[in-house]
Design a protein around this ligand. Structure first.
Ligand SMILES: C[S@@+](CC[C@H](N)C(=O)[O-])C[C@H]1O[C@@H](n2cnc3c(N)ncnc32)[C@H](O)[C@@H]1O
Length: 334
């Protein structure tokens, strides 16, 4: 279901021309500004306070007005609110024309990856929907929002091909959904578009890492991730066949591992110093092998990483999963 914005103006069909980013709004300035941002408390969110600040600054300072703002995986609205607050303060964001598109199931249930904490009172209603709670949290910004409630497979089917300037991806928890994101949203990126992968610190989602590797000839990683979120900017038009290959997940395992290694070479710790991304991406390689049906290789990749304190402490369940997969008889794996 697509809920039309509560205020009537329909988006202008006129092409929008990119305005240059102001000189003081470099990525260095973005990182420098993070410490000084103070946001009022928002609803329960699964993004960190640093990511909230970064989303706010992206909306306020970096949005130039040449394309849509799209958030995939809005949950209870914590990340959406930060983005909306920033956009509302950005003179280049025209509230009568520009839209922040928010996609989510907006309900809890099997396979949704949505948390009961998205309900304001922590209790799901009979239909499991937290859309009313989301709307309450975003009450001051409903006019600039376009809410797309339901499975991304349906809600993005007719999303069109207008350029996306800012894409916040917090939805690609499964390969199926990542393929939707890659097939329907990455082709809408143009030079200057910014992509944020909120789950970049999740080793279980290797498609985020090897797809970023596949895009490296056409993108620039802007700097260290802010907590879990990696940002990149499109430098040159991305060839359609490259995007189609990513959407079909065509790369074989060896290629995936090489692509992840290419990204690893660009990263150290996240901006706060808390997340060792090279180690996280090394563990991601093990999950790429697991997804490719090779638990032995997965364990060979993962085993030495048990000595990395961050992974041993924060990702112990990942090692358990890989050990269990190894122990499973081959007949049950297929
Ligand atoms: C990690 S949560 C989002 C957290 C949110 N950004 C925040 O600030 O707390 C991931 C969201 O993705 C949504 N989601 C997962 N798969 C989806 C799908 N196929 N279609 C629509 N939404 C989906 C879930 O409903 C969930 O709310």
């Amino acid at each position: 279901m697509t809920t039309p914005p509560s205020r009537a103006p329909s988006p202008s069909p006129a092409p929008r021309s990119p305005a240059p980013a102001p000189a003081d709004r470099t990525w260095a300035a973005h990182y420098d500004a993070l410490a000084g941002v103070e946001l009022p408390p928002g609803p329960y969110t699964q993004v960190s306070e640093w990511e909230r600040r970064s989303l706010y600054l992206l909306g306020r300072d970096r949005y130039r007005g040449f394309g849509d703002v799209v958030e995939l995986g809005s949950g209870g609205g914590g990340s959406t609110l930060a983005l909306a607050q920033g956009l509302a303060e950005n003179p280049r964001f025209d509230r009568t024309r520009d839209r922040l598109h928010a996609y989510d199931f907006f309900r809890v249930g099997r396979g949704t990856f949505a948390s009961p904490k998205f309900f304001s009172d922590g209790e799901p209603g009979a239909d499991g929907s937290f859309l009313a709670d989301f709307r309450d949290h975003l009450a001051d910004y409903l006019d600039l929002l376009e809410i797309h409630a339901g499975d991304l497979e349906q809600t993005s089917a007719s999303a069109g091909d207008a350029p996306v300037e800012l894409l916040h991806v917090d939805v690609a928890k499964t390969e199926r959904v990542f393929r939707l994101v890659a097939g329907r949203f990455l082709p809408r990126l143009v030079p200057g578009s910014t992509v944020l992968h909120q789950d970049f610190a999740s080793p279980r989602l290797p498609w985020l890492h090897h797809s970023t590797g596949a895009l490296l000839p056409w993108i620039d990683v802007v700097g260290p991730p802010v907590r879990s979120t990696l940002a990149f900017v499109v430098r040159e038009p991305i060839p359609a066949d490259v995007l189609a290959g990513i959407a079909r997940q065509e790369a074989g395992l060896d290629e995936q591992l090489a692509l992840i290694a290419d990204v690893q070479g660009l990263l150290g710790a996240d901006w706060t110093g808390g997340i060792p991304f090279r180690d996280v991406l090394e563990l991601s390689k093990a999950f790429a092998a697991l997804h490719a049906g090779d638990p032995e290789r997965a364990w060979r990749l993962a085993e030495p990483l048990q000595n990395v304190p961050y992974l041993a402490e924060r990702r112990a369940d990942h090692f358990d999963q890989l050990r269990r997969a190894l122990a499973e008889p081959a007949t049950r794996r297929s």
